[in-house]
Design a protein around this ligand. Structure first.
Ligand SMILES: Nc1ncnc2c1ncn2[C@@H]1O[C@H](COP(=O)(O)OP(=O)(O)OP(=O)(O)O)[C@@H](O)[C@H]1O
Length: 746
């Protein structure tokens, strides 16, 4: 359904006028008294006051346009069944997708989505009720010109209608392709006659069904079967005898009959009007939405057109429904007669509706890639008995050649790396003068090794909780798991299809999760060398994943949702939304796992109570100079649970005390974005990465004192981590990962 955001509909003639107009430009009636009711025609769920789902006490509500919501992601599998292939179109209330049905031999289906999760609970409930009513209506219909409905369901506050996929194009696209925007007479007649048959069918149901939105964009021409199909039953309604006017005025300007604008109840004559407007456009090339309710004689455009057709179309678009033909059946009979009277060579179209010119070599549609047989179903555990594709285990120390750099490890009691390791040019720490040297702890930092097994910039690093493993992930979607003190590569994983964004271990286990711009989180057990599952609950890139000690992963991404799911099965426990739909950049669990913190692109830190899955606090972070919200890029809870640190795109690091959720203030640590953060195990020191510098700070409430700054020569420091058992930290720089041994005193 399409309504113009800029239009106000005349209550007298139904014409669309621009907002602010006081006199109808078509019939000169006053628009003022009716403005309020006419505006109903312009309402859509997307324009309702937005709502917040699982809203906490401090959350505010802001308008959300459903068109800005991120749709399902090509590649994801909906309901463990429908593999989304591409977006076919987007409308006011959601999108339509082409998908392959994995339960039906990869049968091609079209899935229509109605997004409701951004709506107020009341509006969402109404939307869903309307959806079920329309879907159940459509599911009962059987006609060659209607797509068959296979299934409908709701999932995460979105409604989905799975239907027959029609291979072809819309009549609107066909008209755009044609010369002068019109069609040959025989083709137009064939399309109109087929439309009459489906309208006859709808209007003759025991309770007649009025389509109410007949227009070229809602008509599909099946290039395989040569049939004409009606799509988009969004505003179809049952005709209720005795009702004087429609509850809601809906339709598309130019094609909608005047009575659809609230003056009367729409009857089958409303569909005859829409068909007349469409037929007029097919024969003249004039788009009726440009001058609604004005239809010049067909023969004024093309004098060769039959006068009977001219007269029939003029009757079909009469303002008064009573003057229009009595039924679609009558229109069809007349069109048949007109066609019969045409000279033999003009009676049949050289092409069936929707039939395309034969494809030229090399222009055929590419076969859509099939799901990898190794990929487990969405959000479900895979019993995968074998290693996933490209999951390789390398035993032995052959990677020692890539392990370079060793400075004074013996001083710190670290094991020496094999003498075969090449020594790197010594790395120099620039010791930054501290404000008050006497009161500051002493930090001793030594480079233990540089790992250069990656072929692309490294974006994420994470120590397992026992410090045995270090995982690193890069822009070329490769994850390596290696032994941090020897650099021995244990696992090479490249089943992601886009850059790795974040890595997280499940505390106390060898289970690792990697999130990616490909929209998935992949989970595998490093010790078992087995992938456990692929989590596909997000729409769009996943930017953060974090594991909790109670067997849950939390993930967040550009779709603005935080999702909490079971690490062993991928079953989602909570979908946490705050109504703003700002991309989630970072997550952190409180050590007691009772709170989950998320940070978004709009500078909000949100605290979610994991017992009630409700928002318990929100803190907005503003740029120290401009006062504007600043995107938060990293978040880390101190291991003692007392405070939460956030890093901003303005180079600011903020601290939030968790006693009373007080914001303790922030300090600019760099003029460049601060992209990564990690706490020392004793919760006293904070490691940040900004530009090409990695800095260790004494993180006091009032000021941060820099203790060490390392200037990375190979690129920016995109990620850092501090091993929980102390002693080691890791930082990235270009394609390399450096492992440092660290000790502090005082
Ligand atoms: N059954 C189908 N088979 C193939 N393609 C379809 C099918 N249904 C819809 N489409 C494609 O999806 C596009 C959008 O469909 P539709 O008009 O139903 O949704 P919409 O524009 O989101 O609806 P609305 O106008 O209610 O906002 C169509 O233009 C068409 O290209």
């Amino acid at each position: 359904m399409q309504t113009s955001d800029q239009s106000i509909f005349c209550p007298t003639c139904g014409a669309a006028n621009s907002q602010g107009t006081q006199i109808c430009q078509y019939c000169q009636a006053s628009l003022l008294p009716a403005a309020e009711s006419a505006a109903i025609a312009d309402s859509s769920p997307a324009r309702e006051r937005p709502a917040v789902i699982r809203l906490g006490p401090e959350a505010e509500e802001e308008p959300v346009d459903s068109r800005s919501l991120v749709p399902l992601w090509p590649g994801m599998v909906l309901r463990e069944r429908y593999h989304i292939l591409r977006i076919l179109g987007r409308g006011g209330s959601g999108a339509v997708y082409e998908a392959s049905d994995l339960h039906e031999g990869e049968r091609r289906v079209a899935i229509k989505e109605i997004v409701a999760f951004h709506l107020e609970p009341r509006v969402a409930a109404e939307t869903m009720a309307a959806f079920y009513s329309e879907a159940s209506l459509l599911a009962t219909l059987r006609h060659p010109s209607l797509p068959e409905v296979y299934e409908y369901f709701t999932e995460q506050d979105c409604c989905y209608l799975v239907m027959e996929f029609i291979q072809g194009e819309t009549l609107e696209e066909r008209l755009q392709r044609s010369q002068d925007g019109r069609l040959p007479l025989a083709e137009a007649l064939e399309i109109a006659i087929q439309l009459c048959t489906v309208l006859e069918y709808l209007h003759s149901r025991p309770v007649p069904i009025i389509f109410r939105d007949l227009k070229p964009a809602n008509i599909m021409l099946d290039s395989v079967a040569g049939r004409v199909c009606l799509i988009d039953f969004g505003i179809a309604r049952r005709f209720k005898p005795g009702q004087s006017r429609d509850t809601l005025a809906l339709g598309s300007p130019g094609y909608a009959a005047p009575e659809q604008y609230g003056r009367a109840q729409s009857t089958p004559q409303a569909d005859i009007y829409g068909l007349g407007a469409t037929l007029h456009q097919m024969l003249t090339g004039v788009d009726p939405s440009e001058a609604p309710l004005r239809f010049a004689s067909l023969r004024s455009f093309d004098p060769s057109l039959p006068p009977e057709l001219d007269e029939l179309v003029a009757r079909m678009v009469e303002i008064s429904p009573q003057k229009r033909p009595a039924s679609a059946a009558e229109v069809r009979r007349q069109l048949d007669l007109i066609r019969l009277q045409l000279p033999q060579d003009q009676r049949t179209s050289s092409r069936r509706p929707g039939q395309q010119p034969p494809p030229t070599r090399g222009k055929r549609r590419r076969q859509v890639a099939q799901l990898s047989t190794a990929a487990p179903s969405a959000a479900a555990a895979s019993p995968a008995p074998t290693l996933p594709r490209r999951l390789l285990l390398f035993a032995g120390p052959f990677l020692l050649g890539t392990v370079v750099g060793l400075l004074g490890a013996h001083e710190l009691g670290l094991p020496l790396i094999s003498a075969s390791a090449r020594l790197q040019t010594p790395t120099v720490f620039a010791r930054t003068p501290a404000a008050n040297l006497l009161s500051l702890p002493r930090v001793s930092v030594r480079l233990a090794l540089s790992y250069s097994g990656h072929q692309a910039p490294v974006r994420a690093v994470a120590f397992s909780s026992d410090g045995q493993y270090l995982a690193s992930g890069d822009l070329a979607h490769v994850v390596h798991v290696w032994e941090p003190l020897s650099g021995e590569l244990l696992l090479h994983y490249d089943d992601h299809r886009a850059a790795i964004t974040s890595l997280a271990w499940l505390p106390g286990t060898s289970v690792l999760a990697s999130s990616s711009e490909d929209g998935t989180v992949q989970v595998w057990d490093v010790a078992q060398q087995q992938r456990l599952l692929i989590y596909r609950g997000h729409r769009g890139a996943v930017r953060a994943v974090r594991g909790s000690a109670v067997g849950l992963f939390a993930s967040g991404g550009v779709d603005g949702s935080v999702q909490v799911w079971e690490a062993s099965t991928g079953t989602r426990r909570w979908l946490l939304l705050d109504g703003r739909h700002l991309p989630i950049n970072a997550l952190s669990w409180s050590p007691a796992t009772t709170t989950l913190a998320s940070a978004d692109e709009g500078g909000n830190v949100l605290l979610w109570d994991t017992r009630s899955a409700a928002l318990s606090a929100r803190q907005s972070i503003l740029d120290a100079v401009s006062g504007q919200p600043v995107a938060l890029l990293a978040l880390a809870w101190s291991p003692d649970g007392s405070q939460l640190a956030g890093a901003g795109a303005d180079g600011q690091v903020v601290l939030i005390s968790l006693q009373g959720s007080a914001f303790l203030g922030g300090q600019a640590v760099s003029s460049l974005p601060c992209t990564t953060l990690a706490w020392s195990p004793d919760s006293r020191l904070l490691l940040t990465g900004s530009g090409n510098q990695a800095t260790i700070w004494l993180a006091s409430m009032t000021a941060y004192s820099p203790l060490y700054t390392y200037e990375e020569q190979e690129g920016n420091v995109a990620a850092v981590d501090w091993a929980l058992n102390g002693g080691l930290l890791a930082s990235t720089g270009g394609n390399s990962v450096r492992v440092w041994s660290v000790s502090s005193s005082g």
